[in-house]
Write a protein that binds this ligand. Structure first.
Ligand SMILES: Nc1ncnc2c1ncn2[C@@H]1O[C@H](COP(=O)(O)OP(=O)(O)OP(=O)(O)O)[C@@H](O)[C@H]1O
Length: 426
């Protein structure tokens, strides 16, 4: 049995209307039947564009939102069924590291007080002296000096604040840490350092991570398995290397084709699969395959009526697409919203739609150009131990305290873009 198992998890938020009495007029299908397994000591990376339900899924594991249906089993216990008090005790074993380190740290508390809070709530350490010693040891592990104890969140840089967020999770000795966009508010160079730190801590402490990110490059380096989410469901799941070597779902192919390649010559020639249209509303998802309204390979009848389930297509790859094999073999060519010719095997003839549309976009290869395998690694490698140490050792005032703030402000417009252009979701 895996350490963490989600089975058919649904989180549907009711949409209420009414002046005097609220009535439910619909639902936001934020998470709509997700099953996944996270193995002990491994990292599961969950990617997808903004609004696809990643955060809601992470929050459902911690029961921070109500689970409409399905089970979340941690080490044999179904958390979805636990009464409140027992769930509170289980929360120690499941910790979360948030995207915005400043927003998640109380500005009026010093670091010792922030880190002690959870320890006191869960009865860790017999007195403050013992807790302080433990906190110092953890601060050392995350690359912060012990004099950080008496300082306040605003005195640290964005990267250092994220280290504090990680330390806050670690002092509770969790089994699983859910990292929700752990580096997206940080400068690129600092991102690599924080990712490296998470990896080092995993190796040293045997931690298990569920890493949520919209950026494929972020999860690639750190994840053993990657799940790609679209509109509340997983559309593809595979071991990290297999997913990058050969993405099989059209959505993943589009995301991958947008990952920049460091070599400018390759980058110039790189072909991108551009998705048209916006992410549909999770309150009114398309029938059939949720992705068919934007899928360049969609087939009229089946894709719009029959919802594909995740199925094993070999090599540890699971994909929710009726035509994954035909796309991989090239039997289905890339035609926006048009129907494949009747001559192609395994696809039902449709005389009404067999003729390709005049305005079908130019064909691009079905197999998206693979991103250079060493790209994120090279980025991460930049964060040598020396770099990490120097970042930690620099006095807070010397660090750019604004990097977190700047990035989180910059993130807002980027998110709006992501919704309209899937290729920018990576
Ligand atoms: N409490 C809530 N009530 C109603 N709708 C919600 C609630 N929380 C989230 N949603 C909706 O559920 C959908 C999924 O949101 P979620 O935040 O999980 O997506 P996400 O992929 O994590 O996106 P982002 O990266 O922008 O946070 C969105 O349409 C969002 O508006």
């Amino acid at each position: 049995m895996s350490l963490l198992e989600l089975d058919g998890v649904k989180v549907h938020f009711p949409i209420k209307k009414g002046v005097l009495v609220d009535r439910t007029v619909g639902h936001v299908y934020a998470v709509d039947g997700v099953s996944l397994k996270v193995e002990a000591g491994e990292t599961y990376g969950l990617v997808g564009e903004s609004g696809c339900g990643k955060t809601t899924l992470g929050r459902s594991v911690l029961r921070l939102v109500d689970i409409t249906e399905g089970s979340v089993v941690l080490d044999g216990t179904d958390l979805a069924k636990l009464p409140g008090e027992e769930m509170r005790r289980f929360r120690r074993r499941l910790q979360m590291v948030f995207q915005d380190p400043l927003g998640s740290l109380n500005p009026r508390q010093n670091i010792e007080s922030i880190l002690s809070e959870g320890m006191i709530a869960h009865g860790i350490g017999k007195d403050q002296e013992e807790r302080r010693e433990k906190i110092k040891a953890i601060l050392d592990k995350v690359g912060l000096p012990s004099n950080a104890l008496a300082r306040y969140p605003h005195e640290f840089s964005g990267g250092q604040r994220q280290r504090i967020g990680i330390a806050r999770a670690l002092v509770l000795e969790p089994d699983v840490i859910i990292c929700d966009e752990p580096v997206s508010a940080l400068d690129v160079s600092v991102q690599a350092q924080v990712i490296n730190l998470l990896e080092e801590l995993q190796e040293e402490l045997g931690l298990t991570y569920l890493v949520i990110a919209h950026d494929l490059a972020v999860v690639r380096h750190i994840s053993d398995t990657i799940g790609v989410m679209y509109l509340g469901s997983l559309v593809e799941e595979a071991p990290s290397d297999a997913l990058y070597a050969e993405p099989k779902h059209p959505y993943t192919k589009a995301l991958m084709s947008a990952v920049p390649v460091p070599d400018p010559e390759v980058e110039d020639k790189r072909e991108r699969i551009l998705l048209t249209g916006d992410l549909p509303s999770p309150a009114n998802p398309p029938t059939g395959c949720r992705f068919h309204t934007r899928c360049p390979w969609a087939q009229a009848e089946r894709c719009s009526t029959e919802r594909p389930q995740l199925r094993d297509v070999g090599g540890g790859h699971r994909v929710a697409c009726h035509y994954a094999e035909d796309i991989a073999s090239g039997k289905l060519s890339l035609k926006q919203g048009e129907i494949v010719s009747a001559t192609r095997e395994g696809v039902e003839d449709n005389p009404e739609t067999d003729t390709p549309a005049e305005d079908a976009p130019a064909k691009v290869p079905a197999q998206a150009e693979k991103p250079a395998k060493d790209a994120p690694v090279a980025e991460a490698d930049k964060a040598s131990d020396a770099d990490k140490a120097s970042e930690a050792e620099k006095p807070a005032q010397v660090e750019k305290p604004a990097d977190g703030d700047k990035a989180s402000e910059a993130e807002k417009p980027a998110k709006a873009e992501k919704v309209t252009k899937a290729d920018e979701a990576v």
